[in-house]
Design a protein around this ligand. Sequence first.
Ligand SMILES: Nc1ncnc2c1ncn2[C@@H]1O[C@H](COP(=O)(O)OP(=O)(O)OP(=O)(O)O)[C@@H](O)[C@H]1O
Ligand SMILES: [Mg+2]
Length: 352
Amino acid sequence: MRIGLAYNQKPDPSSSSEEPPSTSDVFAEWDDPATIDAVAQALGLFGEVVRLEAAASFPDRLARTHPDIVFNMAEGLRGVNRESHVPAICEFLDVPYTGSDPLTLALALHKGRTKEILAHHRVPTAPFAQVAHPRELPGVQLPFPVFVKPVAEGSGKGIYINNLCTTPGQLRDRVHFLLEEYRQPVLVETYLPGREFTVAVLGNGDAARCLPLVAFDFTTLPAGAPPIYGFEAKWIWDTAEHQLEIYECPANVPATLAREIERVALGAYHALGCRDWCRIDVRLDASDVPNVVELNPLPGVLPDPRLNSCFPKAARAAGYAYDELIQEVVRVAWLRIAGETLATPARAGVAA
Ligand SMILES: Nc1ncnc2c1ncn2[C@@H]1O[C@H](COP(=O)(O)OP(=O)(O)OP(=O)(O)O)[C@@H](O)[C@H]1O
Ligand SMILES: [Mg+2]
């Protein structure tokens, strides 16, 4: 079997004219070489691995190598449909791939569209408004506090602690800043004051299941910081030298609440038409009802267990080593596509 690996690699900071990644969120979504190597290594179990960087050469290289399946972890180059480009090209060239389809990836990247669909399916999500221009702000009827964010970013991009707004003046300033900086509409949401969880979902249809819940311990943030898992917590306060011990997995949570969080997460997974795997962020509202914050159908998978990465952490709690998690994603995808269990060759293949 030949298996393609579609990815976007973070540029080497020493050769980049951008600010270093610790202060800039420009490449926050892309993967580092160690993650790409670790995934390639895991995929080697199934056969020959072909690395396909999701750059300008991708369509041509995919057509020439025509793998049996592509493991898609590419976040894409540009635009609000960037995560859909690789799966759309795979579909055009009739190459099966892991994970969600272009429609679901585009919807999930657009948090406003996501919330409309969740609301339609009665999956709880915070009340919200979308603002494309500051003159629309007076029409926003949500009580304070509110939380604001760019409508179509991920990995903490544009999410800073002062996106939590308690006054109209603060809201106006922040919306101005985000519109200017990210050149896309801003989502204004009711602030969810309760505990936060993230739910790793694996599988399809009735076989979709939640891995052990991950809870966030916000007492690990610097004193006085609001309980927001945004850019500061992900990329500034959490470093290789000073790990933020923010994840608790399995989450210490009453069984009835845990089941409710899982029910809401699976409801969101199916409402958005997710496939194979997805990480779903959930926060409790003022009445302790789990609300879906957003879905991540291309979840981050840092291999180093010392680094904070929720999906691998939840998988470890469920008994999957890193390689086994990546391989399980391929297996559930193959079962969905081919209707049969993927055979593992007697000898491991070569990881390119
Ligand atoms: N309505 C809200 N109320 C309270 N906190 C919120 C709200 N929306 C977002 N947050 C906080 O901001 C964080 C980041 O928001 P969100 O998950 O939408 O961003 P993201 O950058 O796409 O995340 P990821 O890194 O998971 O891709 C959440 O984990 C949560 O802590
Ligand atoms: Mg999130």
